[in-house]
Design a protein around this ligand. Structure first.
Ligand SMILES: Cc1ncc(COP(=O)(O)O)c(C=O)c1O
Length: 466
C-alpha cells in the first residue's frame, strides 16, 4: 500500500496547493492528444499512474472553487471527503449488519435525523445513490400502495397516471420508463410564473383523466426546482391528494437543506404532509457524490415494497437480522455512503448546515439586488432559493432567440477563458444564465466579479448577435 499512499499524498498535496482555473474547458482533440486513455495488455508503472491522477485533477473542472456556479453542488465539505476516502479503505457493504455493523448504525441515525427534520414521527428511509433513485422509489411505493399485486403479478391493466409540475426534474420521466408506467402517463402540470405547480391545473387534469378511465395514483412535488428553485404548494396539494387518493411525494433533492434553518424552513412548510421525501446530500450539503436518501412516512412500507430474495445465502435469520438494511434496498452491494454524510454532520452539527443555508440565502439576496439594479440584466424568475436565472439584455435587443444565443455564448466564452463556470437554462420560453450559489465561501466581491465578467463578456460578443 505504501507506494500508492506516497503517490496519493503527493498528488493531493500538489492539487490543494497549486492555484488553477476553475475549468480549462479543454477541447476534445486536445484532451485526446494529451491523455493516454487506453488500457493495455501490460500494467503501467507508478510514475505513469501518478501522472494520470494529476491529469485527472487538472483537466476535470474544479468544483471546489468559488468560480464554479454551474451545478447544484460546489465547494468542498472537508470532513465528508475524508469520510468518502475512509469508506473506500474499509469497503464495507451495507446489505447486512454483519458486514457493516458500524455503518448500519450510522445509517439508521442519519435516516432518523433526516426524518425528524422533515417532521415524520415514524417511518423508514434508505440511503440511495441520488435523487433520481429516490424519486423512482417514491413512484414505486405509490404504485405498491395503489396496486399491491403489481409487485408479484405485474401490470393488471390499470391505466395508472402520475403527476408532476412542468418544472420537475427529468428523473421522474426516467422512473416512469423504468417502472413500466410509460412516460406518456407521467403528466406535466402547468406551473405559475414563479415555477410552482398550479393546483387548479392539476385538478382539471385529474378530472379529465378520470373521465377517460385513467387511475391517478401519484403526485410528485418539488421543493427547490432545478432551474428556478421554486417550492410547490404542499398544503393545497395534500388536499388534492386526499381527494383523489394519490401518494404525495416531495422531491427535496436540492431544496431540502432549508429544513436545517429555523430562518428558512418555512420554504418547506408542511413537508411532513408528504408520504415520501427525496433528499440529496451531494447537492447543497456538499457531500461528495453519491449521497442521497428516500424518506418514507409509513413504517415498514419500504421493505414491503422492495424486499424479495437473498434469504438462501445473504439474509440469515441471526440475532441481528432485524437490523439488516439490504431487504428494503433496490441494491444488493451498496457502498457505505453514509460515512461521509454522518462524519460531516457530526463535524458541523445541524447548525453548521443551517448557517450554510442562511449565509447563501443572504448572498442570493445581495446578488438579486445587484442584478435588478443593473441596466444590463433582466431577471427571468423569482429567486426564493439559491438559483438566480437572468439574462444579459442590451436595451435594444428583444428577440428571445438571439438573447438565448447571446447568453449561451457568454457562459461558453467565460468557461473557455478559465471561468467563471456557469450554466444557462430556460424557463417559460426565455433563456438566460442560471447562477447557482452552493459554495458558502463565496463573497459579495465574488458576486460583483462574476456579474462584471458577464457584462464584459456580453459586450465583447454583442457585435456577433446584432
Ligand atoms: C430537483 C431535483 N431532483 C432530482 C435530481 C436528480 O438528482 P440526482 O442527480 O442526485 O440523481 C435533481 C438533479 O439536479 C434535481 O435538481
Amino acid at each position: 500500500m505504501q507506494p500508492y499512499l506516497d503517490i496519493f499524498t503527493r498528488v493531493v498535496n500538489d492539487h490543494l496547493s497549486t492555484p488553477r482555473p476553475v475549468t480549462q474547458a479543454p477541447q476534445l482533440d486536445h484532451l485526446s492528444s494529451k491523455l493516454d486513455m487506453q488500457l493495455h495488455q501490460h500494467g503501467a508503472d507508478l510514475a505513469t499512474l501518478e501522472q494520470c491522477l494529476k491529469d485527472y485533477l487538472d483537466y476535470n473542472p474544479d468544483s471546489s472553487q468559488v468560480g464554479f456556479f454551474k451545478q447544484l453542488y460546489a465547494g468542498r465539505n472537508e470532513p465528508a471527503v475524508i469520510g468518502d476516502w475512509i469508506a473506500s479503505l474499509s469497503n464495507v457493504n451495507m446489505h447486512t449488519y454483519q458486514v457493516g455493523p458500524v455503518a448500519t448504525l450510522m445509517e439508521r441515525e442519519v435516516i432518523k435525523q433526516w426524518r425528524a427534520l422533515v417532521g415524520y414521527q415514524q417511518g423508514d428511509g434508505m440511503i440511495v445513490p441520488g435523487g433520481s433513485q429516490a424519486n423512482l422509489i417514491a413512484i414505486m411505493l405509490a404504485r405498491h400502495k395503489a396496486c399491491p399485486t403489481y409487485k408479484t403479478e405485474g401490470a393488471s391493466g390499470a391505466r395508472l397516471r402520475a403527476y408532476v409540475s412542468d418544472q420537475a426534474h427529468y428523473s421522474s420521466q426516467k422512473a416512469a420508463n423504468i417502472l413500466g408506467l410509460g412516460t406518456d402517463n407521467l403528466i406535466s402540470v402547468a406551473s405559475d410564473n414563479q415555477g410552482r405547480l398550479c393546483p387548479q391545473a392539476l385538478t382539471t387534469q385529474i378530472e379529465a383523466d378520470l373521465a377517460l378511465g385513467y387511475q391517478p395514483f401519484y403526485l410528485g412535488l418539488t421543493g427547490g426546482t432545478t432551474v428556478t428553485g421554486a417550492f410547490d404548494p404542499v398544503q393545497l396539494c395534500r388536499q388534492i391528494a386526499d381527494q383523489y387518493d394519490l401518494w404525495l411525494h416531495i422531491d427535496g433533492a436540492w431544496g431540502a437543506p432549508v429544513l436545517f434553518s429555523p430562518q428558512h424552513r418555512h420554504l418547506l412548510e408542511h413537508a411532513s404532509l408528504a408520504d415520501s421525501f427525496s433528499w440529496d446530500a451531494h447537492k447543497l450539503m456538499g457531500v461528495p457524490l453519491a449521497a442521497a436518501a428516500i424518506l418514507v412516512k409509513e413504517d415498514g412500507l419500504l421493505e414491503d415494497c422492495c424486499a424479495g430474495g437473498g434469504d438462501n445465502y445473504l439474509f440469515h435469520p441471526d440475532q441481528y437480522s432485524h437490523l439488516n438494511l439490504g431487504p428494503a434496498s433496490l441494491q444488493c452491494g451498496r457502498r457505505a455512503d453514509v460515512l461521509k454524510i454522518w462524519l460531516s454532520w457530526k463535524s458541523l452539527g445541524h447548525e453548521g448546515f443551517a448557517k450554510k443555508v442562511d449565509t447563501l440565502q443572504e448572498l442570493k439576496d445581495y446578488c438579486v439586488e445587484k442584478v435588478d439594479a443593473s441596466a444590463d440584466f433582466q431577471r427571468l424568475a423569482s429567486a426564493p432559493y439559491l438559483n438566480i436565472l437572468f439574462q444579459f439584455k442590451p436595451a435594444n435587443l428583444d428577440d428571445e432567440v438571439t438573447l438565448a444565443a447571446l447568453n449561451t455564448a457568454i457562459c461558453q466564452t467565460m468557461a473557455h477563458s478559465g471561468g467563471p463556470f456557469v450554466d444557462y437554462a430556460s424557463f417559460q420560453g426565455r433563456s438566460g444564465i442560471r447562477l447557482i450559489l452552493a459554495n458558502d465561501r463565496t463573497t459579495q466581491e465574488d458576486i460583483d466579479h462574476f456579474l462584471s465578467q458577464c457584462i464584459v463578456t456580453g459586450q465583447s460578443l454583442l457585435a456577433e448577435f446584432v
